[in-house]
Design a protein around this ligand. Structure first.
Ligand SMILES: C[S@@+](CC[C@H](N)C(=O)[O-])C[C@H]1O[C@@H](n2cnc3c(N)ncnc32)[C@H](O)[C@@H]1O
Length: 244
């Protein structure tokens, strides 16, 4: 299995990581979201709808969901994923400016893919309409592989630089987004949301590691890749809730 295929993020990869994502998300941030009903939740870069499946049961009803992604193949799966009225829209979320009657903007595993200008525009759109934002599972750049190898620091550095390609913020996205909201007078809460993968998640570990190495090699084709069997890994992420 690969994390991406010729059409974008592989649905099998998003399915494989969904339980680890659910386990990692900072549930206490959800309690801080204003309970304003009916809730209209706009999930940016929704993939197959993993965040909605985790979040919808934790929010008050009635709810209406608007799911955005570039990939119609993923949207087709996402459209059937929630027990609430759901609209799917195949749009580039970096071009979204009018958030309409949204009461909560969400995204998961998306912020690190965006550039500073794209995040600034997104934050401004939330600020213009005073819409709270929950952005979960952005990579922070730190990984802990067991057993460790002397190549790990170089692999991580190459991976993180790959994340920063084409001006994307990669591991710097959460700090940047927090600062953008704070500079507009918003309150920002952040929480660690690491994947802690052990022996029972071997398939996820293997697929994650293959993607990690492939990105590092694309960044630095001469990089040394050890032959190894990984028994556990911590992949650090952060969740961010911004409130007006
Ligand atoms: C890492 S996946 C995460 C998917 C989903 N949020 C999850 O947690 O399973 C990133 C998703 O963002 C989508 N995406 C990336 N850039 C986008 C953009 N500019 N506009 C809309 N969707 C985008 C991709 O197609 C992909 O589905």
């Amino acid at each position: 299995m690969t994390t991406v295929d010729s059409s974008g993020y592989a649905p099998e990869w998003l399915r494989l990581r969904e339980p680890a994502d659910a386990e990692a998300r900072a549930a206490d941030l959800v309690d801080l979201i204003p309970r304003k009903t009916p809730m209209v939740i706009r999930d940016l870069g929704c993939g197959t709808g993993s965040l909605g499946r985790w979040l919808s049961g934790r929010l008050p009803t009635p709810q209406r969901w608007i799911l955005h992604d570039l990939d119609p193949r993923l949207l087709e799966i996402a459209a059937r994923s929630l027990p609430h009225p759901t609209t799917v829209e195949a749009v580039d979320i970096t071009r979204l400016t009018d958030l309409g009657d949204t009461t909560l903007v969400t995204a998961s595993a998306l912020l690190d893919l965006l550039t500073a200008n794209e995040i600034r525009r997104l934050v401004q759109s939330c600020a213009d309409s005073r819409i709270p934002a929950l952005f979960t599972l952005s990579v922070t750049g730190a990984v802990e592989i067991t057993p460790p190898d002397k190549a790990d620091a170089a692999l991580s550095e190459a991976f993180n630089n790959h994340q920063r390609r084409e001006d994307r913020l990669g591991p710097d996205a959460v700090a940047f987004t927090a600062q953008e909201f704070r500079s507009r007078g918003w309150t920002v809460h952040t929480r660690p949301s690491p994947w802690r993968l052990g022996a029972d998640q071997q398939r996820l570990i293997t697929t994650w590691y293959q993607g990690f190495v492939a990105a590092a090699k694309e960044q630095d084709p001469k990089i040394q890749v050890p032959n190894r069997r990984i028994t556990s890994v911590i992949v650090h992420h952060a969740d961010l809730l911004a409130l007006p």
